[in-house]
Design a protein around this ligand. Sequence first.
Ligand SMILES: [Zn+2]
Length: 364
Amino acid sequence: MFELHVLGTSSARFSHDRAVSGSFLMTPGGAVLIDCGEGMQKRLLDQNKALKKSGLQIRSRMAKVRAILFTHGHLDHCWGLLPMLHTMSLDGRTEPLTIIAPTSQKAVAWALKNPGDSPPAESGVDSTDLAILFQQWQSLGSKDDDFGFKIDWVLLPIEQHSPFISPIQPLDGVELMVVPTEHGIPSCGWQITTNPAMGKFNRAKADSLSLTTEQVATLAGGEDITTDSETLMAKDFRGEVKPRRSLLISGDTIGGVQAFGELTTPPDLLLHEATFLEYKSEKAKMYNHSTTHDAARHAKVSGCQVLALTHYSSSVDDITVVQNEAQELHKRSIACSDGDVFTISRDGEITVHRRCEAWQNYSL
Ligand SMILES: [Zn+2]
């Protein structure tokens, strides 16, 4: 149902075996990228090649990407976009692409007045706001005609603290929810949730009642019918409604963010940054980042099943320490390595396939 490929687990200062942020997510309604740090298209190719050799039926194909969702404009999360678009063009892509990014009304207004410029400090707009970056990228040659496929550039002002449904929904059958986070510039997480699914139609029960083909079709379509002797309710011919499946990819954020406690659907999986270990909690606050315990507290209030940790500081050598700290507050926590693939089944079973362990898989 969902396959999440974590393709970069370093923070801005990467280390030899960790790339910067970027995840590939296959949903029932198509694929999306969440963030796109440098070298992302190479990482997708490498991952796909490794998966092909593994015998697993999971893939990370760039051609399947229908949308790119940014969590914020810091370069370690978005500087791979232009090369990615060029590679898509060289591959002969013709399908449209939607790119959605958080911003503020203030930054949008400033960018409209000063197209292509960098805002000075006194403007109160950050030069890494995606309203500013979108214009600069377009001036560097990423307009529709340059690539041969249409790009829908969507800026989403984040003016509230509570989660809200994205006004743009580029995928069929799943819902995108924007989860505002706090990182010093406009930022958000993305919650992706399957639409409610009807239970299975009980055809045998309908057939046992000597109904006409038309009456059975009406019941199967969800409408009640009245026969000569009784009214039959469509809901009585359906099995149990399947629970929605959901995951949340948070981006960078400080701890204690209100929106994590206000989700209407608890995510099965939360991918959350844990830049710092607990002993650096003051530094985490100073740089608007999370510690392992901040991530675990967000996991608890969100009601998620599994917490997956990423975005480690280069000062973190051993990620089992990250995992152990998070597990002190949230038992089902795992520290990701580059290339990990999480699968979530329709029934909510969560499994991780670890590229660093020759695709050994573990039930979480
Ligand atoms: Zn950041």
